[in-house]
Write a protein that binds this ligand. Structure first.
Ligand SMILES: *Cc1c(COP(=O)(O)O)cnc(C)c1O
Length: 857
């Protein structure tokens, strides 16, 4: 590095660490970084990489591996985020603005490098820089990145899209969550069964986080409460926890698209408290102290499945309280630094609870304000209830979080006292509204008194929040009418809808580069920031040559996916066949088994020689099953059994190929969504709250075969019924069908379904093993709680329509184009704008970054 530059760097750094004295003010306000370290040209990226290879990674360029180059480029790109990140932070300190705190136990952010290149607009520069290191295809370096699997599926991915849109819309925001050491497991398929492998995403180092140990927070657990009188004679309660953990924040910068706003994701890692080590040292129990340390570190050790069974319940509640308490302390601290009265807290923070995982926020904020800040109950409640909002994500009763009372009391005794008081005051309100109605008190109470007593987290969240929203129009309606009718009658203005969205940067621009090029050429680049502009595509719907190019673009994505499939499974698929895709978590309500049975029915038809009109299809499945969810794992085995049989049957002659692509995650999703022709959105009506996969598919030009469920409804409204393959009973119809439903009777009326079921029972898809799928068939024929048989016949009809439509390619291409053109609504920018306007009352705060640095020499 030239001497002049080193001096300059030193000057800049010393000015940053001592900003107060007047003589240290920077000559150019707002400029904090060495421009050569922030330059976006290929040569500057190359210099940055060289420096990081040498100084950060201890490598010489000629011996650098792909992973070294990935790390070096990531550090160089991270340097380019830092200026925006720090300037934004400083600007907020000087001019406080309302900040959104998005609390979520999951953030499924996906790989960072490629995305940040898109956000900075430096993909070409990075490719050139890599070329200097002998890398011809940047993808070979990008694909080295381990994605942090800090979420199960849709809910965590939604949180990631929202953080990105908040930054792109220049709204100040922090995402608060947990830095799990082990995220969602990696999935292998062995003998057709799912095998779970620990996700060691940190093992090779992850360059995107900045640990901030000086901003650690202490969180208590267990113990007891006591009352005392202070020196002014006032009565107080306090919590005396039995154990503590420390939360160390790890910050991940979240840059907006082509703006200077760089927000952060603040993820807490649990550590042991120093004081406890010290205490144990004094009494000579060194190993006991180490055990305690190990104990508190397991707090952020692993992500739990969001479905399945009761695995690790106690630890989960601990995790929730841990990250909520750290986050609230962090907000209060930042607030006090600015020396503003606590009563103004709601003007400075809008706190969103993503599902009930952070619902303990209601009690913890009250505790902090009352016990630690000594505010009165009424003032504390006014602050709390003006800050908080809650998003409901599910109507499935088994997914609504409840904590049994003894567990809750043993872990959070003071919170339970506060919850009782919240409940007492709330029920008094209800009593005045409904005199003499004891039933409604039982229904609305935070404490479930039926059977084992339990704390209902959805009730706590609803009472503490100023707004409760569902995630799609239908879902929000069902929250009001089915899930919480009494709450909705009590507070009709509290309940609202914000339909989910996905970010067009990751899911179109990054994931589908060929389509991006075509779109930019046809309608300009405006769609990336304003997805409604996709409607300009309508002008091309009858343009034959454009539709031809549309198809070619799609084919390129399918070729790319085919080569990934070949590399990972050894199976060859035909890119010109219809790619029929169902990727999402495996769950009975999502009905992958309905799809599998339908595929088996197509197989039977082809075997019977009625296949002349059927197009060549490649049916792709992907998704993880919760490790403790037996039926979901059996469904994976079922799909693989069907796939093996069909793929090895010479009668198929390539007409039908079925495969299960292992380890579906954000990275593989980015290759899958753009390469799909048909999107399977076939959940039991009323069960899928919204879905976001459906949006990613449609925006990339997939047609949907689906039920009237979640956001499918809104997609269909937009694309028009002619461009959507609808089937199945509606939620309302299923409600009335419910009691008299006999799947066995349905089966006897459907010969083709019966043939399929017979084949399964005879072991045709399990190498003669008649027992393997018995539990699945038994469940379907006896209970069928998700109406698989009820919807089967209509689903088959819809699939025949799909086949017919595919054979008329010009028509299909037009439908595909219209799916992109008409779904701009599903940008997460639109969702986030709705949250900002109706719920958070938060505004954009553009950050200015000047970089000329004229005065520094
Ligand atoms: C979008 C996405 C999901 C959600 O898919 P749905 O079809 O809405 O259930 C789950 N996992 C990943 C990795 C995703 O990208």
């Amino acid at each position: 590095m030239p001497e002049a530059r080193r001096c300059r760097l030193f000057t800049v750094l010393s000015k940053m660490t001592n900003p107060t004295p007047a003589e240290f003010r920077l000559p150019t306000p707002g400029c904090y970084a060495d421009p050569e370290r922030s330059g976006l040209r290929a040569s500057e990226l190359f210099d940055g990489m060289t420096e990081h290879l040498f100084f950060t990674l201890g490598k010489l360029a000629p011996s650098a591996t792909k992973h070294d180059l990935y790390m070096a480029l990531s550090y160089a790109v991270r340097d380019r985020l830092m200026m925006r990140y720090l300037v934004g932070k400083q600007a907020l300190r000087e001019t406080p603005r309302k900040t959104v705190a998005y609390l979520s136990a999951e953030f499924l952010i996906g790989p960072q490098l490629g995305n940040n290149l898109v956000m900075l607009g430096i993909e070409d520069a990075a490719a050139l820089a890599l070329q200097q290191f002998g890398v011809q295809s940047p993808d070979t370096v990008l694909e080295v990145e381990e994605e942090p699997g800090l979420g199960n599926g849709g809910l965590g991915r939604l949180a990631a899209c929202y953080m990105e849109s908040l930054a792109s819309l220049q709204v100040p925001a922090v995402g608060y969550g947990i830095r799990y050491e082990f995220g969602i497991f990696d999935q292998l398929i062995r003998d057709g069964w799912q095998v779970e492998i620990t996700d060691k995403w940190l093992k090779a180092g992850w360059p995107w986080e900045l640990p901030q140990p000086d901003e650690a927070c202490v969180v208590g657990f267990g113990g007891h409460t006591e009352s005392y009188t202070d020196d002014k004679g006032r009565y107080h309660s306090r919590w005396v926890p039995a154990e503590h953990a420390i939360g160390i924040p790890h910050d991940v910068p979240v840059l907006g698209y082509q703006v200077n706003t760089c927000n952060r994701l603040r993820l807490w890692r649990a550590d042991a408290t120093e004081s406890f080590d010290f205490y144990a040292f004094n009494i000579g129990d060194y190993y006991g102290a180490v055990e305690e340390k190990v104990g508190s570190e397991t707090l952020s050790k692993v992500l739990y499945p969001n479905d399945g069974t009761d695995e690790g319940r106690r630890l989960r509640l601990k995790q929730q309280h841990f990250f909520v308490s750290c986050s609230l302390q962090d907000m209060l601290r930042s607030f006090e630094k600015r020396q503003i009265s606590l009563e103004e807290f709601p003007q400075h923070w809008a706190i969103q609870m993503n599902d009930t995982h952070p619902a303990i926020t209601v009690a913890e904020l009250m505790r902090l304000l009352i016990d630690e800040k000594h505010l009165s109950w009424d003032v504390a409640w006014s602050i709390t209830s003006r800050c908080l909002a809650y998003t409901n994500h599910t109507l499935l009763p088994e997914a609504l979080e409840k904590w049994n009372l003894p567990l809750f009391a043993s872990l959070l005794p003071r919170h339970l006292e506060i919850i009782y008081e919240i409940n007492r005051r709330f029920l008094q309100q209800v009593r005045l509204r409904y005199p003499g109605n004891n039933q409604i008190l039982r229904t609305l109470s935070i404490i479930d008194e039926d059977g084992d007593k339990a704390v209902r987290m959805a009730h706590l969240a609803t009472i503490g929040a100023h707004h409760v929203n569902g995630v799609a129009a239908l879902h929000s309606e069902l929250v009001k009418t089915n899930l919480m009718p009494e709450f909705s009658a009590l507070w009709p203005e509290k309940f609202t809808n914000v339909t989910n969205g996905v970010t067009p940067r990751r899911w179109l621009a990054l994931a589908n580069p060929q389509l991006r090029t075509l779109l930019n050429e046809a309608i300009g680049e405006g769609w990336i920031q304003d997805l409604d502009q996709l409607s300009k595509l309508e002008a091309f719907q009858d343009d034959k040559s454009f539709l031809e190019r549309w198809e070619q673009t799609h084919l390129a994505a399918k070729r790319n996916l085919s080569s990934i499939i070949h590399r990972r499974t050894g199976i060859l698929v035909d890119p010109s066949s219809l790619f029929d895709v169902q990727v999402k978590r495996i769950h009975e309500y999502k009905r992958q088994h309905l799809n599998a049975l339908q595929v088996a029915a197509q197989y039977v038809r082809i075997k019977e020689g009625c296949a002349d009109h059927m197009p060549y299809r490649t049916v792709l499945f992907g998704g993880k099953a919760a490790p403790g969810y037996y039926m979901a794992k059996l469904i994976i085995r079922f799909i693989n059994g069907i796939a093996d049989t069909i793929n090895s049957d010479p009668d198929m002659d390539g007409r039908l190929r079925v495969l299960f692509l292992p380890d579906y995650n954000v990275t593989t999703g980015q290759s899958i969504y753009p390469a799909s022709d048909l999107s399977e959105q076939i959940s039991t009506a009323g069960k899928e709250a919204s879905g976001t996969g459906n949006m990613k598919f449609a925006l990339n030009g997939s047609l949907t075969v689906g039920t009237l469920d979640g956001a499918n409804l809104e997609i269909r409204d937009r694309v028009g019924e002619d461009n959507f393959f609808l089937f199945g009973y509606t939620a309302t119809e299923l409600q009335s069908l419910h009691h008299g439903y006999r799947p066995w009777d349905v089966l006897t009326q459907q010969p083709l379904l019966q043939q399929v079921v017979n084949l399964v029972e005879q072991g045709h898809f399990s190498n003669g093993d008649r027992d393997m799928f018995q539990p699945l068939i038994h469940n379907l024929t006896h209970h069928d709680p998700f109406f698989v048989f009820a919807d089967f016949e209509d689903y088959l009809r819809a699939q025949e329509e799909v086949s017919r439509a595919w054979l008329d390619r010009p028509r299909w291409n037009r439908m595909s184009l219209l799916n992109s053109a008409r779904n701009g609504f599903f940008s997460s920018d639109r969702s986030v704008r709705e949250y900002c306007t109706h719920i958070w009352k938060a505004q954009p705060f553009p950050v200015e970054v000047k970089c000329e640095l004229p005065g520094i020499t």
